[in-house]
Design a protein around this ligand. Structure first.
Ligand SMILES: [Zn+2]
Ligand SMILES: [Zn+2]
Ligand SMILES: [Zn+2]
Length: 181
């Protein structure tokens, strides 16, 4: 039986050709369905695994998606992944409400991670708005209904008090929040 041997360059060429054609990083199934391409096994034999070939030749930009909740670009890891974060997944499935109930309060705290942003304290948590103005349930409810809680964090009473008494400062730096005392 004649078995065709592919060079590494050829395997790269075919991988990229398929990626161009289907406009996403090919999965093993995509290659199996494609006609006139080397087999998945050829890639596995050469690179150790299909994932290794993906790591070498895959264009990460093609797996970027917009979060179905907040619209931010993120690199999805699984095909079913539609959200940039667990926060957005939970918000997306939340229902609008006209009243700030205890249930919503609990839900918001769960979405915000369930611990103090600074010290990981998990009791008596308070919701703080990063605008540093007066916190109110109404503000939280409006943001919750808009499915965007990006301007809120959880703080324990101690750290919360420090912020409002200006004993500490939280400032944004790119995507991070910096706490300074
Ligand atoms: Zn998001
Ligand atoms: Zn704390
Ligand atoms: Zn506050």
């Amino acid at each position: 039986m004649h078995k065709r041997k592919y060079t590494k360059e050829q395997l790269e060429f075919y991988f990229k050709k398929l990626m161009d054609k289907i406009k996403k990083i090919p999965r093993e199934e995509d290659l199996e369905k494609a006609k006139g391409y080397p087999s998945v096994q050829t890639y596995v034999d050469r690179f150790g695994s299909w994932q290794n070939a993906v790591n070498l030749f895959g264009n990460k930009k093609l797996s970027e998606r917009r979060c179905a909740n907040c619209g931010k670009l993120f690199v999805r890891s699984k095909k079913t992944n539609k959200f940039c974060s667990k926060k957005c997944l939970m918000l997306f499935h939340s229902k609008k409400s006209s009243k700030y109930t205890k249930a919503i309060d609990n839900k918001v705290k769960q979405i915000l991670g369930g611990t103090c942003f600074i010290c990981d304290f998990t009791y008596f948590l308070e919701i703080h708005c990063l605008d540093n103005k007066k916190d109110s349930n109404h503000k939280v409810l409006t943001a919750y209904n808009k499915k965007n809680l990006h301007d809120f964090i959880l703080l324990c009473p101690n750290h919360h008090m420090m912020l409002h008494k200006k004993l500490a400062k939280l400032s944004r730096k790119e995507n991070d929040l910096i706490w300074q005392e």
